[in-house]
Design a protein around this ligand. Structure first.
Ligand code: SF4
Length: 215
Protein backbone atom coordinates (compact mmCIF):
# COMPACT_ATOMS: atom_id res chain seq x y z
CA UNK A 1 0.00 0.00 0.00
CA UNK A 2 1.27 3.53 -0.75
CA UNK A 3 2.58 5.20 2.39
CA UNK A 4 1.93 8.82 1.50
CA UNK A 5 -0.62 10.86 -0.41
CA UNK A 6 2.00 11.67 -3.06
CA UNK A 7 2.85 8.02 -3.52
CA UNK A 8 -0.85 7.16 -3.80
CA UNK A 9 -1.34 9.88 -6.40
CA UNK A 10 1.67 8.66 -8.39
CA UNK A 11 0.28 5.13 -8.33
CA UNK A 12 -3.11 6.37 -9.52
CA UNK A 13 -1.49 8.46 -12.27
CA UNK A 14 0.43 5.41 -13.40
CA UNK A 15 -2.70 3.27 -13.60
CA UNK A 16 -4.58 5.97 -15.53
CA UNK A 17 -1.50 6.72 -17.67
CA UNK A 18 -1.12 3.10 -18.78
CA UNK A 19 -4.84 2.94 -19.61
CA UNK A 20 -4.51 6.07 -21.78
CA UNK A 21 -1.40 4.66 -23.47
CA UNK A 22 -3.45 1.57 -24.33
CA UNK A 23 -6.20 3.80 -25.79
CA UNK A 24 -3.62 5.76 -27.82
CA UNK A 25 -2.08 2.54 -29.16
CA UNK A 26 -5.51 1.28 -30.21
CA UNK A 27 -5.76 4.40 -32.40
CA UNK A 28 -2.35 3.77 -34.01
CA UNK A 29 -0.18 6.14 -31.98
CA UNK A 30 3.20 4.87 -30.81
CA UNK A 31 2.56 5.64 -27.15
CA UNK A 32 4.50 5.13 -23.95
CA UNK A 33 4.19 6.19 -20.30
CA UNK A 34 7.07 7.95 -18.52
CA UNK A 35 6.93 8.20 -14.74
CA UNK A 36 9.05 11.38 -14.63
CA UNK A 37 10.28 14.21 -16.83
CA UNK A 38 13.80 12.75 -16.68
CA UNK A 39 12.44 9.50 -18.10
CA UNK A 40 10.49 11.48 -20.72
CA UNK A 41 13.65 13.27 -21.83
CA UNK A 42 15.46 9.94 -22.16
CA UNK A 43 12.61 8.61 -24.34
CA UNK A 44 12.77 11.72 -26.53
CA UNK A 45 16.52 11.32 -26.98
CA UNK A 46 16.09 7.62 -27.86
CA UNK A 47 13.67 8.57 -30.63
CA UNK A 48 15.66 11.45 -32.16
CA UNK A 49 19.05 10.48 -33.64
CA UNK A 50 22.19 12.55 -33.52
CA UNK A 51 22.62 15.24 -36.17
CA UNK A 52 19.04 15.58 -37.42
CA UNK A 53 16.96 18.77 -37.38
CA UNK A 54 14.15 19.28 -34.86
CA UNK A 55 11.36 21.84 -34.92
CA UNK A 56 10.20 23.00 -31.49
CA UNK A 57 7.15 25.29 -31.68
CA UNK A 58 5.56 27.21 -28.82
CA UNK A 59 5.62 24.61 -26.05
CA UNK A 60 6.46 25.03 -22.40
CA UNK A 61 6.42 21.27 -21.75
CA UNK A 62 9.23 20.42 -24.18
CA UNK A 63 11.38 23.13 -22.65
CA UNK A 64 10.53 22.06 -19.09
CA UNK A 65 11.94 18.57 -19.65
CA UNK A 66 15.18 20.12 -20.94
CA UNK A 67 14.84 18.73 -24.46
CA UNK A 68 16.12 21.79 -26.33
CA UNK A 69 19.47 21.87 -24.53
CA UNK A 70 19.84 18.07 -24.63
CA UNK A 71 19.15 17.89 -28.37
CA UNK A 72 21.64 20.67 -29.08
CA UNK A 73 24.22 18.86 -26.94
CA UNK A 74 23.55 15.75 -29.01
CA UNK A 75 24.42 17.65 -32.21
CA UNK A 76 20.89 18.24 -33.49
CA UNK A 77 19.86 21.49 -35.14
CA UNK A 78 16.92 22.91 -33.20
CA UNK A 79 14.62 25.43 -34.85
CA UNK A 80 12.42 27.55 -32.58
CA UNK A 81 10.60 30.83 -33.21
CA UNK A 82 10.46 31.77 -29.54
CA UNK A 83 13.15 34.34 -28.83
CA UNK A 84 13.65 35.40 -32.45
CA UNK A 85 14.24 39.16 -32.62
CA UNK A 86 11.89 40.20 -35.45
CA UNK A 87 8.53 39.07 -36.91
CA UNK A 88 10.38 38.11 -40.10
CA UNK A 89 12.85 35.95 -38.17
CA UNK A 90 9.95 34.34 -36.28
CA UNK A 91 8.18 33.51 -39.54
CA UNK A 92 11.33 31.98 -41.00
CA UNK A 93 11.85 29.94 -37.82
CA UNK A 94 8.23 28.69 -38.01
CA UNK A 95 8.85 27.50 -41.57
CA UNK A 96 12.12 25.84 -40.50
CA UNK A 97 10.32 24.13 -37.57
CA UNK A 98 7.70 22.68 -39.90
CA UNK A 99 10.30 21.50 -42.46
CA UNK A 100 12.59 19.82 -39.91
CA UNK A 101 13.15 16.04 -39.67
CA UNK A 102 11.31 15.86 -36.33
CA UNK A 103 8.55 18.01 -34.86
CA UNK A 104 8.64 17.95 -31.06
CA UNK A 105 5.67 19.45 -29.30
CA UNK A 106 3.05 19.08 -26.60
CA UNK A 107 -0.75 19.22 -26.67
CA UNK A 108 -3.40 21.36 -25.01
CA UNK A 109 -5.44 18.34 -23.95
CA UNK A 110 -5.48 14.55 -24.19
CA UNK A 111 -8.68 12.63 -23.57
CA UNK A 112 -8.67 9.37 -21.68
CA UNK A 113 -9.96 7.80 -24.89
CA UNK A 114 -6.79 8.94 -26.71
CA UNK A 115 -7.86 12.02 -28.69
CA UNK A 116 -5.24 14.77 -28.88
CA UNK A 117 -6.66 18.31 -28.86
CA UNK A 118 -4.84 21.50 -29.79
CA UNK A 119 -5.86 25.13 -30.24
CA UNK A 120 -3.62 27.51 -32.14
CA UNK A 121 -3.48 31.19 -33.03
CA UNK A 122 -0.96 31.48 -35.85
CA UNK A 123 -1.74 27.96 -37.04
CA UNK A 124 1.86 26.82 -37.55
CA UNK A 125 1.64 24.27 -34.73
CA UNK A 126 -1.63 22.60 -35.76
CA UNK A 127 -0.65 22.61 -39.44
CA UNK A 128 2.61 20.79 -38.63
CA UNK A 129 0.68 18.31 -36.49
CA UNK A 130 -1.83 17.65 -39.28
CA UNK A 131 0.64 17.16 -42.11
CA UNK A 132 4.37 17.02 -42.59
CA UNK A 133 7.18 14.75 -43.62
CA UNK A 134 8.69 14.95 -40.16
CA UNK A 135 8.31 12.40 -37.39
CA UNK A 136 5.86 13.86 -34.90
CA UNK A 137 6.53 13.50 -31.17
CA UNK A 138 4.16 14.68 -28.43
CA UNK A 139 5.27 15.03 -24.81
CA UNK A 140 2.20 15.46 -22.63
CA UNK A 141 2.02 15.96 -18.86
CA UNK A 142 -0.60 14.04 -16.87
CA UNK A 143 -2.22 17.38 -15.96
CA UNK A 144 -3.50 17.64 -19.53
CA UNK A 145 -5.65 14.53 -19.31
CA UNK A 146 -9.40 15.04 -19.64
CA UNK A 147 -12.00 12.38 -18.82
CA UNK A 148 -14.24 13.15 -21.81
CA UNK A 149 -14.03 14.82 -25.21
CA UNK A 150 -16.11 17.80 -23.96
CA UNK A 151 -13.82 18.22 -20.96
CA UNK A 152 -10.84 18.03 -23.33
CA UNK A 153 -12.17 20.91 -25.41
CA UNK A 154 -12.83 22.88 -22.23
CA UNK A 155 -9.33 22.13 -20.97
CA UNK A 156 -7.72 23.13 -24.27
CA UNK A 157 -9.57 26.46 -24.24
CA UNK A 158 -8.67 27.23 -20.63
CA UNK A 159 -5.03 26.34 -21.36
CA UNK A 160 -4.81 29.29 -23.73
CA UNK A 161 -5.48 31.78 -20.92
CA UNK A 162 -1.96 31.53 -19.40
CA UNK A 163 -0.60 32.00 -22.91
CA UNK A 164 -2.69 35.15 -23.38
CA UNK A 165 -1.37 36.39 -20.01
CA UNK A 166 2.21 35.45 -20.91
CA UNK A 167 1.95 37.42 -24.15
CA UNK A 168 0.19 40.38 -22.48
CA UNK A 169 -2.65 40.28 -25.01
CA UNK A 170 -5.37 41.65 -22.71
CA UNK A 171 -8.00 39.28 -24.12
CA UNK A 172 -11.32 38.99 -22.28
CA UNK A 173 -10.30 35.70 -20.66
CA UNK A 174 -7.35 37.33 -18.92
CA UNK A 175 -9.86 39.50 -17.03
CA UNK A 176 -12.73 37.00 -16.65
CA UNK A 177 -10.47 34.07 -15.73
CA UNK A 178 -12.34 31.82 -18.18
CA UNK A 179 -12.95 31.59 -21.88
CA UNK A 180 -15.84 33.78 -23.03
CA UNK A 181 -15.43 32.94 -26.74
CA UNK A 182 -14.24 36.49 -27.34
CA UNK A 183 -14.18 38.43 -30.60
CA UNK A 184 -11.01 40.32 -29.59
CA UNK A 185 -8.58 41.28 -32.34
CA UNK A 186 -5.84 39.64 -30.28
CA UNK A 187 -7.79 36.39 -29.80
CA UNK A 188 -5.34 33.48 -29.80
CA UNK A 189 -7.86 30.66 -30.25
CA UNK A 190 -8.29 30.55 -34.01
CA UNK A 191 -7.76 26.99 -35.21
CA UNK A 192 -8.48 23.71 -33.47
CA UNK A 193 -7.08 20.32 -34.41
CA UNK A 194 -8.35 17.03 -33.00
CA UNK A 195 -6.13 14.09 -33.83
CA UNK A 196 -8.29 10.99 -33.60
CA UNK A 197 -5.44 8.90 -35.01
CA UNK A 198 -2.07 9.62 -36.63
CA UNK A 199 -2.69 11.20 -40.02
CA UNK A 200 -2.16 8.73 -42.87
CA UNK A 201 1.43 7.54 -43.14
CA UNK A 202 2.68 9.78 -40.32
CA UNK A 203 4.92 8.30 -37.63
CA UNK A 204 3.49 9.79 -34.46
CA UNK A 205 4.78 9.19 -30.93
CA UNK A 206 3.11 10.16 -27.69
CA UNK A 207 5.08 10.25 -24.44
CA UNK A 208 2.63 10.64 -21.55
CA UNK A 209 4.44 11.86 -18.43
CA UNK A 210 3.28 11.26 -14.87
CA UNK A 211 4.14 14.81 -13.84
CA UNK A 212 2.54 18.23 -14.28
CA UNK A 213 4.13 19.89 -17.31
CA UNK A 214 3.19 23.02 -19.23
CA UNK A 215 -0.31 24.46 -19.01
S1 SF4 B 1 -11.59 34.48 -24.37
FE1 SF4 B 1 -10.82 34.54 -26.49
S2 SF4 B 1 -8.57 34.38 -26.37
FE2 SF4 B 1 -9.44 33.84 -24.35
S3 SF4 B 1 -9.55 31.59 -24.35
FE3 SF4 B 1 -11.56 32.36 -25.07
S4 SF4 B 1 -11.48 32.54 -27.32
FE4 SF4 B 1 -9.35 32.28 -26.53
Amino acid sequence: MPETFDAARRSADEVIGHAVVKALKSRGFDAVYAASKEEALQLVLERIPQGVSVGVPGTVTVREIGAVEALKAKGCTVYQHWGQPTPEAQDQARMDENAADFFLTSANALTQDGEIINIDGTGNRVSAMAWGRSVLIFVIGINKLAPTFEEGIRRARSATIPNALRLGLGTACTKAGRCVDCRDASRICRAMLILEAPTTGRETHVILVGEELGY
